[in-house]
Structure formats: structure tokens, C-alpha cells
Design a protein around this ligand. Structure first.
Ligand SMILES: Cc1cc2nc3c(=O)[nH]c(=O)nc-3n(C[C@H](O)[C@H](O)[C@H](O)COP(=O)(O)OP(=O)(O)OC[C@H]3O[C@@H](n4cnc5c(N)ncnc54)[C@H](O)[C@@H]3O)c2cc1C
Ligand code: SF4
Length: 312
């Protein structure tokens, strides 16, 4: 059977139970190559408004097809934490093609899942071979049956903005409504098979907001981070933090918003003691696997780095 590519306007042929959507294709094409799957593909790129950026008094809406490169380039003034995260992921070639919708809905990068001859929860099986096998890049917060971290860097950044997501079926979903909490190990997101993500809405930009992003990574680029963190902060004239958002990725089944860290930052002037206490608080609840203890140290160091960057 060969791969069939449909546009959004084509009639679906019979037997399209295994139909999948393609946006930039940077995740999907690699999965088809490694697994040898041959589904019907519905190409979303021609849908009107797919890549729109709309600014209104109520906020900024990005069409699901807005590229990661456009997020990095066009939002850096208004939403610096999100733009810096977008600029820091993957490679220039991937960022030019990958979309914000595809980034949120990409599948796990676990090497067992991506192996054509291995079965696990996420490929329809009933076990997690990584848990008792190799999981060097696994979670440091072991809260769910699947022990590989969620791959989406943009989901992590969108958490700090309390962004909302629209689909063809539902409106104003929180990032957590779309990704879930990881308790269903067969899913990377909770959208229905026939549900298309249509847009992401950010609240109005806050004047004077500063943002920072940092990833601890095993090579310079073209790799998923071991641990990544993002921070956005607004300060008053005296330097006190009036609002903030901090999140971490690469360490849990879903990106984590760090409320305990935010509580320590609010009202502070980001002095050394506060930064140290907040970075340490980022590790609260960590429960590493045998091979991921190193990530707990990286969480503290990575969060410290974003806090130091945002105050400088
Ligand atoms: C070398 C390399 C390094 C990378 N590093 C990072 C990183 O550090 N952080 C990170 O976040 N990502 C990273 N990525 C992944 C990359 O960001 C994703 O592949 C990309 O964002 C996916 O977007 P896409 O538009 O190409 O999605 P596609 O490949 O087109 O789709 C991905 C999945 O989402 C579904 N889908 C896409 N759009 C929709 C929609 N609108 N509605 C419903 N379903 C949809 C598809 O069916 C598919 O299952 C890296 C990739 C590479 C190759
Ligand atoms: S960590 Fe998740 S994706 Fe990897 S083998 Fe286990 S269940 Fe599958």
C-alpha cells in the first residue's frame, strides 16, 4: 500500500481509519520513515488562515500553521519568553517548516516507540520497555506509566502565558486540556482522531515584560534538550516582581509549570538568595529513574540560568 496525500478539500476515500494530518511534516515524515507506516495523509497547509497571526485587544491568535520561525521572529517584542523558546529549538531548517500546532501535537521521541520492532504503551502495546531498560533521556519526575518526557518546547512556554487552544471541536482549551497529565500512557495529546488544532491564543502583551529561555543539551544544536526552562517576568519601578511564569520541560510526561518557584519570585527583587531558593524549589517532587538522577541537578541549574538571564 502506498501513502496517499489528500488536501483538506479532497473527499476521503473509503477505509481512511488510519488517516493522519500533516502540517510541516517534520515529525510525521520521520515517523513514517522509521515505522514504515503508510496511512492516508491529509495535508493541512492549504487551509485558509492556517498560518495567520491576528492581533486584537483581546490578545494574539496564531493559526495552527504558524511556523516556529515566525513565532521566533514576529513575537519577540511582545512575547519574549515564547519567541526565545521558539528560536532555541531544533535547527533553522526545522523551524522554517515546523508549525506551532505540529509542535504541540508531535509524538514522543522515545527510541523504543520509534523502533519498528518494539511494542510499548504508545504504539498499542501493554508495557513500557524503557522503564526496565534504557532511559537515560527519560523523566526525572516519575509520575506516569510512560517514562519519556513530552517533547514540545512550545507547550512549555505557552503554559507560562496561560495560552488557550482552539480545535475544530472545542474552544479555549488550556495546554493541560490538550496534553493531559500523562496518566494515559498511550497518548501524547488528548485530541480526537478527527479533531484538528486550529489556533493558539495568547493574552494581550504586557508592557515591560522580560523573558528568558535556556536548554541544557548534550550537543550544540539539532537535539532535544536534556532539560529546558523558560521564564517571563514583569517588574515594577522598584524592581519587584509583579507577575511571572516559570516552566520546565524534558523532565516529566508533560511540561511543568513551576508554581512553587513563581511564589518565591513574586514580590522579590530577584536577589541572589531568592534566585537560589527558587532554583532549588524547582526540584520539589522530583523522583528520578535509575538513569535520570543527573536531570535533577540539571533542573536546578537550568532554572537558575533562566532566572539569572531574566534579571540581567
Ligand atoms: C533535529 C530536531 C530537533 C528537534 N528539537 C526539538 C526541540 O528541542 N523541541 C521541540 O519542541 N521540538 C523539537 N523538534 C521537533 C519539531 O519541533 C517538530 O517536529 C515540529 O514542531 C512538528 O511540527 P510539524 O508542523 O512539522 O508537525 P507534523 O510533523 O506535520 O505533525 C506532527 C504531529 O501532529 C499532528 N498535527 C500537526 N498539525 C496538526 C493540527 N493542526 N491538528 C491536528 N493534528 C496535527 C500530525 O498528525 C502529527 O501526528 C526537533 C526536530 C528535529 C528534526
Ligand atoms: S517511555 Fe513511553 S514511549 Fe518509551 S517505551 Fe515506555 S511507554 Fe513507550
Amino acid at each position: 500500500m502506498s501513502i496517499t496525500i489528500l488536501t483538506a478539500y479532497d473527499e476521503r476515500p473509503d477505509g481512511t481509519g488510519d488517516l493522519v494530518y500533516r502540517a510541516g511534516g517534520t515529525d510525521l515524515q520521520e515517523r513514517l520513515r522509521t515505522t514504515g507506516a503508510t496511512p492516508h495523509i491529509l495535508d493541512l497547509t492549504g487551509v485558509p488562515g492556517f498560518a495567520r497571526v491576528e492581533r486584537t485587544d483581546a490578545g494574539t491568535t496564531l493559526g495552527a500553521g504558524t511556523t516556529v520561525a515566525a513565532v521566533a521572529r514576529d513575537l519577540v517584542g511582545d512575547y519574549p519568553a515564547l519567541a526565545l523558546t521558539a528560536a532555541g529549538l531544533a535547527t533553522p531548517q526545522v523551524r522554517a517548516t515546523a508549525t506551532i500546532g505540529g509542535n504541540l501535537l508531535q509524538r514522543t521521541r522515545c527510541w523504543y516507540y520509534r523502533h519498528p520492532h518494539t511494542s510499548c504503551f504508545k504504539s498499542g502495546g501493554d508495557r513500557c520497555p524503557a522503564r526496565d531498560g534504557r532511559h537515560l533521556y527519560g523523566v526525572a519526575f516519575d509520575t506516569a506509566p510512560c517514562v519519556h518526557p513530552h517533547p514540545s518546547s512550545l507547550a512549555m512556554a505557552l503554559l507560562t502565558y496561560a495560552a488557550t487552544i482552539d480545535t475544530t471541536h472545542r474552544r479555549s482549551l488550556a495546554v493541560g486540556d490538550v496534553l493531559g497529565d500523562g496518566s494515559d500512557p498511550s497518548r501524547d495529546h488528548l485530541l480526537a482522531a478527527d479533531e484538528v488544532l486550529t489556533g493558539v491564543t495568547l493574552p494581550p502583551p504586557v508592557p515591560g515584560e522580560r523573558g528568558s529561555y535556556y536548554r541544557s543539551i548534550s550537543r550544540f544544536e539539532a537535539e532535544w534538550p536534556l532539560v529546558e526552562a523558560v521564564c517571563r517576568v514583569v517588574r515594577d519601578d522598584a524592581g519587584a516582581v509583579t507577575s511571572c511564569g516559570v516552566a520546565v520541560g524534558g523532565v516529566a510526561p508533560v511540561p511543568l509549570r513551576l508554581r512553587a518557584v513563581e511564589d518565591l519570585l513574586l514580590g522579590s527583587r530577584l536577589d541572589d538568595d531568592t534566585v537560589s531558593a527558587a532554583a532549588h524549589a524547582a526540584t520539589e517532587g522530583a523522583d528520578p529513574l535509575p538513569e535520570t538522577g543527573y536531570k535533577v541537578h540539571l533542573v536546578e541549574a537550568t532554572v537558575r540560568e533562566v532566572l539569572e538571564r531574566v534579571r540581567s
